[in-house]
Design a binder for this molecule. Sequence first.
Ligand SMILES: [Zn+2]
Length: 500
Amino acid sequence: MELITDPDRLVLFLSGLEGERTSADRRHSPLDEDTSDKNAHRSDRTARVLDALARLLVHDTDAQPRQVFAVALVPPSLTRESAQVIISENSEVTEVAKNHARDILQGLYGARQLVDNQFPGGDSRPPKLLLPPFIPIDSEDAVQRKLANIETAIVRHSWSKMVKRFRKADRHLAFFEVSAAILAPDQPERLSSLKAEHGWPSDAGFLKEFDRLRRGLQALHQELSKSVQDGQVQRVRVVLVLVDATTKALKASMPEVFDMCAAYYPAVSATPTPRVDFNHWIGKVLSTRADYLQLQRIIFSPALHSLLTERIEVTSTVQEPKTADALITTDELRDALSGNVNVGDKVLGEYLRKRFKHQKGDRVRVPGRVHCECSVLAELDRIWRAGDTVIPHVGVSKPPCAFCAEYFAAYRTATEHDVTTTRGTRGDTVLDPWRCPTLEDEAADENVRVELSARLRVLLRRKVETFASSVASLTTTASDDLSSPLDELAADALEQLVGI
Ligand SMILES: [Zn+2]
């Protein structure tokens, strides 16, 4: 059994045994000061391509744990013939995902080669390519045919994910209900008065477009209800183009169109309902297509294209954490905090009871795994130290948790290697217990751990102090609890004092 390392112990005391959903709506590490323009390149095209690729790898919506992917890219160089894609999952990386990544990138590289053949001239400017909004699978044009094949493979691979997003929380049914009511010839009075209050465009063109969107989404619903077949995949491709175009047209003439639908929904629904975010839903419905379009940019961009090669090497990396034990005692907690906290043992004990329940006082097996973005970062670090150029971004299918964000920030500070990952966009969740990755370079590993521990210690201190003040405000009247119990010696002394 290994001794628990400092970062793992701090994370354990920060989150308890069950993991925790933090309520803070943080966009990035609370300790990460380099959040300004310095890291603006996070959002550059390569980063967006890698994030889109990571999202498009998800294929098994029933997987336990939930499928999450992280990807990085090592471009070709003088010493490296093929571009390399590194993939990690939160469990073993599936062959299906690896093959899909290879097929997409090799396919896009091949499409760009065809473009170069069609527009010879040797300069690196992107050719003036005009693609139709929908490309038939049997297009006469070789480039277009290749793209249609790539998109077909993507829709097929993403099918179960698309179904899940479409039906999530029955938002599709809510949309069908409200859109039918909005378009009905006679409308409930409550809806009419809401429309008078919030407004609703009355021109025929807008209504026709709205109806087109409704019919498009209904067709999508029908297709996604079937099992995936070639015919369905092609129809879904067509419908997605339609839904995408009508959504854009509607928003162009009325930016709040989906907010209005949400506002009207309670007036037409038979049952009381919470507010539905139709904007978010439409975004999710279109996300597979949006991610595909993001990747398709590779063929327009010489800079992106130059990162790929005809053959792409795909490797996977998943770090297994060493098994470790930890003592759940106030002494250990105080030690983790480096003693630097003005909170009594009683409160520390309460803090542990809350997080570890009956296991307070025990030696426990430290739970968790190395999250996929951290495994990829460790692999990138190894390749970078060996002298290769890497793309300093780790694409993720889901925003990183708070601990991964801290690890990346600590890594950047300790190594001065500016590797980024996508920032969290929603409240950070740490439902999946976190273990610290290990870098192959021992000195670098130690430096990152020291930096990370310092950051985590600040977070733990804040958390314990916040807990202490919440306890104090609840128990201000319980001050008599602070006197120590009367022991034998003290009792003797009191007896002597009063002479009995
Ligand atoms: Zn994480």
